[in-house]
Ligand binder design. Structure first.
Ligand SMILES: NC(=O)c1ccc[n+]([C@@H]2O[C@H](COP(=O)([O-])OP(=O)(O)OC[C@H]3O[C@@H](n4cnc5c(N)ncnc54)[C@H](O)[C@@H]3O)[C@@H](O)[C@H]2O)c1
Length: 324
């Protein structure tokens, strides 16, 4: 998708003729959950000073432990050394105060809980507290970048930087231009993504961006097929794995992402485009209402036993030719 023809872009100058990316040394990551810890891991491993900020010190303690464990795996695979790990961990500091975490920040990557009111409030605070030069990026999976940017006085410096889970492993960064994001900001984030050994793809700000606009309707279609009794859980996933070379079937993937997250992203697409084709499957809605959310609740389309990698179809869907 072209980023130049569809939407107007305001320009801001680069710094002394050099890209802003080369001036980025200090990165503040807001939120230390699943994504936040991975984002901190990758930036620290690439030599950036990382300020990790969360409202919960416990969450940050867990995040630091997770980063250490994930780096141990990299050491076992000889991807990094023990010294690399120590150096990276020494570059990460933790803060519960946003003001302290933002001192001298060149870039913020916000990865707090996916809740629109929370994100709008966080961006108002970031705008008030972060240095003027600072780019404000969000890792949101589904909230409009333009809407988030509209709660700041630096709309041209607000951008989507959508990492994939698990961050240290997945190569893609989906970069999302808000309506007013300027080229200097986009270029800085493209360069920075390459500097942390990721592959950037730039898209414009429409519901679901590209990744979830294509992935979520596929998952929803798999659930509709199951709901209609076209095939059972195992066969739907096997067809997509063996027939389309997907590493994981859509129903298994839905369990990993969380059925509540899938449901909420389908609602964003449905409302954003006003098109019935994005209506979430009734079975998906029912499972979310009943608390069958996938891995996080222990059961979705599959049963998930902590520590076990065995794929066991949920009892409810276990018999062949499941009919709703
Ligand atoms: N989990 C994924 O697979 C995935 C993939 C891509 C993008 N995302 C996006 O990344 C973001 C984070 O998702 P996650 O899965 O890491 O969530 P998570 O629930 O694992 O972590 C969220 C963290 O945000 C913290 N938080 C809440 N309010 C805060 C505040 N005011 N200030 C600072 N921290 C605060 C929480 O304490 C928690 O530690 C969301 O926007 C989500 O849509 C998630």
């Amino acid at each position: 998708m072209s980023t130049t023809t569809l939407e107007p872009k305001m320009e801001t100058p680069t710094m002394n003729g050099t890209s802003y990316a080369s001036h980025i040394k200090n990165v503040t990551v807001i939120g230390a959950g699943t994504m936040g810890n991975g984002i901190c891991h990758v930036f620290a491993q690439c030599g950036y000073n990382v300020n990790m900020m969360d409202v919960s010190q416990d969450a940050m303690n867990r995040a630091i432990a997770t980063i250490g464990k994930n780096m141990d795996r990299q050491i076992a695979k000889q991807a990094i050394t023990e010294a690399d790990k120590e150096k990276a961990l020494s570059l990460i500091n933790t803060y519960t105060s946003m003001q302290d975490a933002l001192a001298d920040a060149d870039l913020v990557v916000e990865a707090a809980t996916e809740n629109i009111d929370l994100k709008l409030k966080i961006f108002e605070q970031l705008d008030a507290l972060a240095p003027e030069k600072c780019i404000l990026a969000t890792n949101t999976s589904s909230i409009s970048i333009t809407r988030i940017a509209s709660h700041t006085k630096r709309m041209h410096k607000v951008i989507g930087m959508h990492f994939m889970n698990p961050v240290p492993v997945m190569k893609l960064v989906e970069i999302i231009n808000g309506y007013a994001t300027d080229k200097a900001t986009t270029n800085a984030i493209i360069e920075l993504s390459k500097a942390i050994h990721k592959v950037p793809c730039v898209v414009n700000d429409y519901p679901g961006f590209i990744s979830n606009r294509i992935l979520m309707p596929m998952i929803n279609e798999a659930i509709l097929a199951l709901q209609e009794g076209v095939a059972d859980v195992e066969d739907i996933d096997t067809i997509m794995k063996l027939g389309m070379a997907h590493p994981m079937g859509p129903l298994q993937l839905a369990d990993f992402i969380g059925l509540d997250t899938c449901f909420s992203i389908m609602n964003v697409l449905h409302m954003g485009f006003g098109n019935q084709k994005y209506a979430p499957a009734t079975l998906l809605a029912n499972m979310v209402q009943a608390g069958f959310l996938g891995v996080k609740s222990g059961e979705g389309f599959y049963k998930h036993v902590p520590g076990s990698k065995e794929l066991v179809v949920s009892e409810r869907f276990a018999h062949k030719k499941w009919v709703p």
